[in-house]
Ligand binder design. Sequence first.
Ligand code: G6D
Length: 351
Amino acid sequence: MEIMQEDYGEIDGRTITAFTMVNDHGMEITCLDYGCIITKIVASDRNGHFENIVLGFDSIEEYQKYSPYFGAIIGRFAGRIKNAEFNLNGKIYQLAKNNNDNHLHGGLQGFDKVFWETKTALEADSTKLEFTYLSKSGEEGYPGNLLMKVTYTLNNKNELIISYKGESDESTLLNVTNHTYFNLSGNLKRDILNHQLTIKSRKFVELDERLIPTGKILSVENTPFDFQNGRKIKDGMTSGHVQNWIAGNGYDHPFLLTEQHNKEIILLDEESGRELIIETDEPAVVLYTGNQLEADESYSIRGVPSRNYLGLCLETQGLPDSIHNPHFPSNILKKGEVFQSVTKYKFDIKS
Ligand code: G6D
């Protein structure tokens, strides 16, 4: 196991540090102390070719100019909050309207756009990066001084384990995730349309045209949202299902998981043999298939022109806009409570 660090760039005069963790099998993960952004994951294919399997940049300027949350930790609240306001214990809180009239991904300067204090640890079979951030009361409109801790662990089983811990001195909202876009083909040589995805989920959340939950939870039965037995992502592009259309000819939907920590999410790229197995104690996963990567102005990602479906996100989390849907699992973090969650990403090879 190794962990290396180097200057990556700077923002507002503060140097950004890039950390690279390497395990004994040659798997590498590079991330920044800015937004805990994962910029690169290098993993082998079935022929021993080590290639990058996530969307990321090599300069902070590109992240600032183009990145739709590539690789970042998202919070205080991942997903949307309708009308960018919520009532908690009788008080109305106003948030940034940074996505139409709604609030998205923690606002204008969410967890993805702040510096995190970092500690490293190196053990025989694992290496850890512990990120800490104190989100002050009123930051982005949220109540409570919230102390967040996020730990990235890479071990010799080719697993990346992300653990989250949050405590607040006032009741607040907390729904955190990691927004890495995966592309298992290697160095973005293909898009993700032929990736096969399996999700242990029988229900998904209906969205309106603004991608806000309507409150209805739909069955996946006989729809392109049924991933229980494995399905190619491309099915969602051409299905004609109104929810695929609403998402911009793809998926942008939360799925309620039927099981935890039992191979509940499996992404496979047959051609390379790369397989990603995700297990979590979160109640849901948002599948976003990069339907909006075709930016107004074109940009390239390490030399590959950005285009829709070049990467997909599997954001383990609570449900968006849960504060306005009491029948959804709650994301209220009460004063003095401790929020904890763990998501494990195992990078495997399908023979
Ligand atoms: C779009 O609706 C999608 C979100 O789910 C995604 O996280 C974001 O782009 C990057 O707003």
